[in-house]
Design a protein around this ligand. Structure first.
Ligand SMILES: C[S@@+](CC[C@H](N)C(=O)[O-])C[C@H]1O[C@@H](n2cnc3c(N)ncnc32)[C@H](O)[C@@H]1O
Length: 390
C-alpha cells in the first residue's frame, strides 16, 4: 500500500470520527457544541481568540489534549518542491502583481516540458507565456473571457512567442478535445469543477504530464462533492459545498481597515439575526446574501432597515441598536470559539481533497507527486500535484 493510500485512510478515519467538530454551521449555533471544551474556550477573551486564529500551531497545541489524534498530522508533511532562483521582473511582467509573479515563477520552476503545453483556465496566460519562453515548446492557453484572451494574445505577439489562445468554455464537452497524449498540461489555480475536468480529460486522453494547483474546492456542479478516486468513493465523507469552503477559510491579513470592516460585518449580520428571530418569532438562523461594503459605513439601524427589506420583514418603528449589538457581541465570541475548533480541520480536509485527486491519478496509471510549489506568503493555495504517465 502506498504512503498516499495509508495517509488517505488515516485522514478519512480521523475526519469521520470528528465530523461533529468541523461539519457544522457556526452561525446556526446558540451555544458551544462541545461541553468538554468549555473550560479551555470559554475564558478566552476576543483578543486571545484572534491571536490563536492567527496562529494555527498555537491553537493546535491548545486543543490537542482534547483531540490527540489531530497530532498525527505532524507526521504527514507535504514536501517543499522547487522554487524559482529569483523573482526578477522582466519588462513584460509589469502588469502582474508581485505575489502572482512569484507564484508563476515558482510553478514554472517545477515544469520541465518535453511536449507542447496546454494551459487550462489561463487568465491572460502569464504562466503560459513564461513557459513558452523557458521551455521552447508551443503553448495553447484555454480561457473563456475574450478580453483576457485578446490581452494575452497581444502580449505573446509582442514577444513573438508560439503562444496561442483558445477562447472557449472549459466545462463544454468539446474542451476534452484539447487534451492529447504527447502533451504537458498545466492548471494554476483552476477552481473546483474546472480542475476536476482537467484531471478527468487529461487522464482520458492519456496526457503524458499533468501539473495542477487546485483552488476553490466548493465551486463544483451539484451541492455535494463526488470523490474522484475509487478510494474516496468507498470512504465518502459526504462533503457539502459549505464543508468544501473550510480549507479556504484562512484569514488573509488585510491591514487594519479590512480587519475593522470584517468585524463590523460579522457583528451586524449577527445583530440582524438576533433582531429577525424576535420579529419572526422563529428561533432559526436567517442568512443574508453578500452585500456592498458601503452598507457598513452608516449605522446599524440603517443596515437593519436594508436587511429587513431584503428579507421582506416589516421594519420595526424603533430599532434598539444597543440591545441587538450587545447580543451580537456575545454570539461573535461564540462563533470565534467554534471557528477555532473547525479551523483545526482546514489542513486535514484540504489534504484529504488533494489525496483524492492524487489517488485518482494513480488509479489512472500515473506516477504522482504532491508538494508545495511556493511560499505561504505568496498564496495559501500552494499545493502542486504532478502526474507523469509510466
Ligand atoms: C483563478 S483564475 C486563474 C487564472 C490563471 N491561471 C492564474 O493563475 O493567474 C481562473 C481563470 O479561469 C477562467 N475561467 C473560469 N471559468 C471558466 C470556464 N468555464 N472556461 C474557461 N475559463 C474559465 C477565469 O476567467 C479566470 O481567468
Amino acid at each position: 500500500m502506498s504512503d498516499f493510500v495509508i495517509h488517505f485512510n488515516q485522514l478519512t478515519t480521523m475526519l469521520a470520527r470528528h465530523k461533529s467538530d468541523w461539519q457544522r454551521l457556526p452561525f446556526t449555533c446558540r451555544a458551544l457544541p462541545w461541553p468538554e471544551l468549555a473550560p479551555v474556550l470559554e475564558h478566552l477573551a476576543e483578543a486571545e481568540l484572534d491571536a490563536l486564529e492567527a496562529s494555527p500551531e498555537q491553537s493546535l497545541s491548545l486543543l490537542a489534549p482534547y483531540r490527540p489524534d489531530l497530532m498525527f498530522l505532524q507526521a504527514m508533511p507535504v514536501p517543499d518542491l522547487n522554487r524559482a532562483p529569483d523573482y526578477a521582473t522582466p519588462r513584460w511582467s509589469s502588469g502582474i502583481p508581485g505575489r502572482k509573479w512569484a507564484q508563476i515563477r515558482d510553478f514554472a520552476a517545477n515544469i520541465s516540458a518535453v511536449y507542447p503545453i496546454l494551459e487550462w483556465c489561463a487568465g491572460k496566460g502569464h504562466l503560459g507565456r513564461l513557459l513558452a519562453m523557458e521551455q521552447q515548446q508551443p503553448v495553447t492557453s484555454l480561457e473563456w473571457d475574450p478580453g483576457l484572451c485578446h490581452q494575452g494574445e497581444a502580449l505573446a505577439g509582442k514577444l513573438s512567442l508560439e503562444h496561442d489562445f483558445h477562447c472557449g468554455d472549459a466545462l463544454a464537452a468539446d474542451a476534452a478535445a484539447l487534451f492529447t497524449r504527447q502533451q504537458q498540461a498545466v492548471a494554476l489555480h483552476a477552481c473546483g469543477e474546472l480542475h476536476m475536468r482537467f484531471l478527468k480529460h487529461g487522464a482520458a486522453a492519456g496526457t503524458q504530464a499533468l501539473a495542477l494547483s487546485p483552488c476553490c474546492y466548493h465551486l463544483i456542479d451539484g451541492q455535494h462533492y463526488s470523490p474522484l478516486s475509487a478510494a474516496g468513493q468507498q470512504q465518502d465523507l459526504q462533503l457539502s459545498r459549505h464543508d468544501l469552503r473550510l480549507p479556504l477559510q484562512q484569514q488573509v491579513t488585510g491591514g487594519e481597515r479590512v480587519r475593522r470592516l470584517r468585524h463590523t460585518e460579522l457583528t451586524w449580520r449577527l445583530a440582524f439575526d438576533e433582531l429577525q428571530r424576535e420579529l419572526t418569532g422563529c428561533d432559526r438562523y436567517l442568512p443574508l446574501p453578500a452585500f456592498p461594503k458601503q452598507l457598513l459605513s452608516g449605522d446599524f439601524s440603517a443596515f437593519a432597515h436594508w436587511a429587513c427589506e431584503r428579507k421582506e420583514l416589516t421594519v420595526p418603528a424603533m430599532i434598539d441598536s444597543d440591545r441587538w449589538l450587545m447580543q451580537a457581541g456575545q454570539r461573535r465570541l461564540l462563533i470565534k470559539r467554534i471557528e477555532l475548533v473547525r479551523h483545526l480541520y482546514r489542513y486535514p480536509l484540504e489534504l484529504w481533497l488533494l489525496l483524492d485527486r492524487v489517488l485518482f491519478l494513480k488509479e489512472q496509471g500515473y506516477r504522482v507527486t504532491l508538494g508545495t510549489f511556493t511560499d505561504l506568503n505568496n498564496t495559501p493555495r500552494r499545493y502542486l500535484i504532478q502526474a507523469h504517465r509510466h
